[in-house]
Ligand binder design. Structure first.
Ligand SMILES: Nc1ncnc2c1ncn2[C@@H]1O[C@H](COP(=O)(O)OP(=O)(O)OP(=O)(O)O)[C@@H](O)[C@H]1O
Length: 342
């Protein structure tokens, strides 16, 4: 049973490569048993952070503390963490069973004992019938399950996952997402999962940590981050928000809260109303994205891209469809305006 004793703390954690700062003194507490996603664009420092937690990278400064114990300089095998590597990191010449048992073999555990434990873990990930196969004879999703069983062999308190779904096709990715969630529930340990996909982070995490240029921009529950992005970077990276400069500073309005009307006569709803031109309409199935350019009085500059995006339900859109070039109005309620920090 995982308790608060298994909290993972990053204290002033910093990684510099020569002059370049990959991770700039981050502070983070991940409660034991959490599903944490480190989310951010390429190069923001999420992999370096994960590797410092795993012990594959030595921090330039700062501390990694697990269950109240400083583990910053311990070897990967001694820390209570385990990394689930990409499926292609399985040993191609070893059977599934031997791959899973590998770390215990390195520790000198007797064969009968390590094989018994490896079989238990294969059972957990539903791979018992494949124990004798070589990795090449498995599907991507099956290889992923073996990679998980192999990481669990270390009996970690924290499982670290570096872009675990990125090599899978979109269909399998969604299925494996559900499996990760199930394993997390069943195992009760913390998962720290690196991803650049906001959709993946939203679907999986109970703690989303948005990183930008080696710093944490925001850490919180997915809904909190989505409803109250702290900065313009978070609002844009999480997506589905419009960001606008106003006299009061930058504000965000969710795309599904922008109301689009056909004419300028639409009644005010206590917020602003702006004339606009439809630039593009993107059909997405259950919703339709309407990209709009605010009419500034000057010639509409298409090349600058849409100023605003409104996400409408398909029924709402098709009740009065819009086409590129149509004049429209955009408005939003004052209550839906979220002020961003400078
Ligand atoms: N071994 C290294 N030597 C020099 N610079 C490095 C090294 N590893 C990472 N960096 C740099 O540190 C920064 C952060 O890299 P990191 O891999 O942590 O980012 P990331 O967010 O995981 O990116 P990605 O999603 O592309 O893997 C990048 O600018 C990267 O070029």
């Amino acid at each position: 049973m995982t308790t608060a004793r298994n909290d993972l703390e990053l204290i002033g954690l910093t990684k510099r490569y020569g002059d370049a700062t990959a991770v700039a003194g981050i502070e983070l507490r991940i409660a034991g048993g959490s599903y944490c996603c480190l989310l951010g664009p390429s190069g923001c420092g999420k992999t370096s952070t994960l590797r410092m937690i795993a012990g594959h990278e030595v921090p330039t400064e700062g501390h990694v503390v697990l269950s109240g114990r400083e583990i910053t300089h311990l070897s990967p095998a001694e820390r209570g963490t385990a990394m689930m590597f990409q499926s292609y990191a399985l040993f191609p010449h070893l059977s599934v069973l031997d791959n899973v048992a590998f770390s215990a073999r390195m520790k000198g555990q007797p064969k009968a004992q390590r094989d018994a434990r490896a079989r238990e873990l294969l059972e957990l990930v539903h791979m018992t019938p494949y124990a004798a196969r070589l990795p090449a004879a498995l599907s991507g999703g099956q290889q992923q399950r073996v990679a998980l069983a192999r990481a669990l062999m270390m009996q970690p308190r924290v499982l670290l996952l570096d872009e675990p779904l990125s090599a899978l096709d979109p269909f399998l990715r969604v299925r494996m997402r559900a499996e990760l969630k199930r394993w997390h529930r069943e195992l009760g340990m913390s998962f720290v999962h690196v991803t650049h996909s906001q959709e993946e982070a939203m679907a999986l995490a109970d703690l989303v940590v948005v990183m930008n240029q080696g710093r944490i921009e925001q850490a919180g529950a997915p809904r909190e981050v989505f409803e109250r992005p702290r900065t313009e970077f978070v609002a844009r990276f999480i997506g589905a928000h419009n960001v606008m400069e106003t006299p009061a500073g930058k504000v965000a309005v969710r795309c599904d809260r922008v109301l689009v009307g056909r004419s300028e006569g639409t009644s005010a709803t206590g917020g602003s109303a702006m004339p606009a031109t439809v630039i593009d309409v993107e059909y997405q199935g259950s919703q339709v994205l309407v990209h709009l350019g605010a009419d500034t009085g000057s010639e509409l500059d298409d090349a600058a891209g849409p100023d605003w995006t409104a996400a409408m339900s398909d029924s709402q859109f098709h009740a009065s469809p819009l086409s590129p070039g149509d004049r429209a109005t955009m408005q939003w309620r004052e209550a839906d305006v979220h002020v961003l920090e400078a």
